[in-house]
Each structure stands twice: as structure tokens, then as C-alpha cells.
Design a protein around this ligand. Sequence first.
Ligand SMILES: C[S@@+](CC[C@H](N)C(=O)[O-])C[C@H]1O[C@@H](n2cnc3c(N)ncnc32)[C@H](O)[C@@H]1O
Length: 245
Amino acid sequence: MDGFKYKAYKPKSKGGNRRNKNQLPINLEVNSNDKLTGALYHRRNVIKQSDWFKGVQHTFDSVISSDNWPTPAKIIALGLGSFEDNRNAVDQLVLLEYIIEKLQIAPNNVSLYDPVCTETDKDFVKQFGYDYIQDSDSIHTNNNCNTFLYMPHCDKVLYEATLSSYWSADKLSTVVLLGNDLSLYSNRQKDKGNVSLVSKFLTFSESNNLPNPPDDLINSFNELCFQYVPSLRARWLNEEYWNKQ
Ligand SMILES: C[S@@+](CC[C@H](N)C(=O)[O-])C[C@H]1O[C@@H](n2cnc3c(N)ncnc32)[C@H](O)[C@@H]1O
């Protein structure tokens, strides 16, 4: 994970502008929220001007026009990290903004959670109208609509736990995952238990990779992939498939 510090621009003094001793000092301190706003603004410009982003737009257009696409009505974003100290998280927030706009999701149907988020991080996302989830246990319950799971670079154990919440014939096809290409994770992060829902999921899911990012975006966006099980397939899977044991 990258350490990340936004440096506010301070104009150099040109002289001849000395302050009267009785004047209150100008507060040059920039608060944390302003720093994050500045960082987001900067990264948004960098990312949106990249050729990689054009490729992402193209991939989105082709994925959402597929017959199997389960149009999502809400977004759950997990494991982006702390915006205050992880530049990847800020970059991934830029992509989240694009996804929200592209899928025309109302901000109050966007929920985020990462246990490392600070109070500043939480206030920062809430100002866009997004919901910061306090109770992580209830994230996936009461979900009766198609859901876009945005989970860039999460650990396999979190993908397993998340898939487990949707592991039934009627629920699995209601979720689209944009996270790491699980076929690569599946080999790299070996299962501790006997059953891997990730491996089962891979057997029947559709997948579309995002384009390979250039060097300056690689830490934030490498190996990301859309993955979902189309409802027609989910309907024909047998009891054994839905067994988590
Ligand atoms: C490998 S880091 C990835 C961070 C960031 N997305 C990146 O690309 O640098 C995995 C993240 O998952 C978060 N995480 C762990 N358990 C979680 C949970 N139950 N729900 C949401 N996020 C979780 C961690 O706090 C961490 O920020």
C-alpha cells in the first residue's frame, strides 16, 4: 500500500506585502477534508485523462449491454482503504464516482465500509451523500435488489465471506462483482478450509477484465475484473453447488 500525502500549494512571497502586527494571522492550515478534496480533484483529472480510462469506459459499455447483465440498483464498496493515507483508495473512489454515474445509482444507494477508515474518511464520503456502513454484519442483509459489489484488491477471505452472503440460487445472480480477477487469486491465495466458494463461483461466472493500467495506476487498478453468474445458469445449478460445506 502506498503512503500518500497531499501537499497543498503555497504561493511564494513576492515581498512588499508585510502584514500589520495587529492583523490576525491568516490561517494557512488546510484541514484534512480540504486535503482529501484536493487529492480527489487531482487524481480525478489524472485518471480521467488517461487512455486507460477510455478503455474502462469501453469495457463498461460492452459489459452493461450484454443480455445477461443484472442491472444493479445499489452499490456496496468494500475494502477501498483509508482515503487519508492510501492513494489507491482515492483512485478507487474516482472509479466509484464513474460507476455511480454510469449506472445512474442515487448516492444514498451507495454504501461503503472498510474497518481502517478514520472519522475524516467517513465524513469525507458522507458529504457526497454516500452511506458509510457502521454495522458491517448487516451489509448484505435486507438486500432485495441487484447489487454491484465494488471490492478492489480485497483479500480472498473477504471475497469468500461476501459470496457466502449471496450463496443461493435466487441471490447469487443478483450480484455483480468488480474486484480482483478471482481466477488469479484462486491460485495465489490458497484456501485454508476445504471448500472455496471463490472456486465454485469461478466455474459458472462470466468475466470481463478491465484493461491493464499504466505504471502510475497499476497499484490502484491492476487485475480488476467484472464477475457474475447469469440468472439462467444459476437456475440450473444443483443442490451440491449451493452447499457451502
Ligand atoms: C489489501 S487492502 C486493499 C486496500 C485498497 N483497496 C488498495 O487497493 O490498496 C484490503 C482492505 O480490505 C479491508 N477489509 C478487511 N476486512 C474488511 C471487511 N470485513 N469489510 C470491508 N473491508 C475490509 C482492509 O481494511 C483493507 O483496507
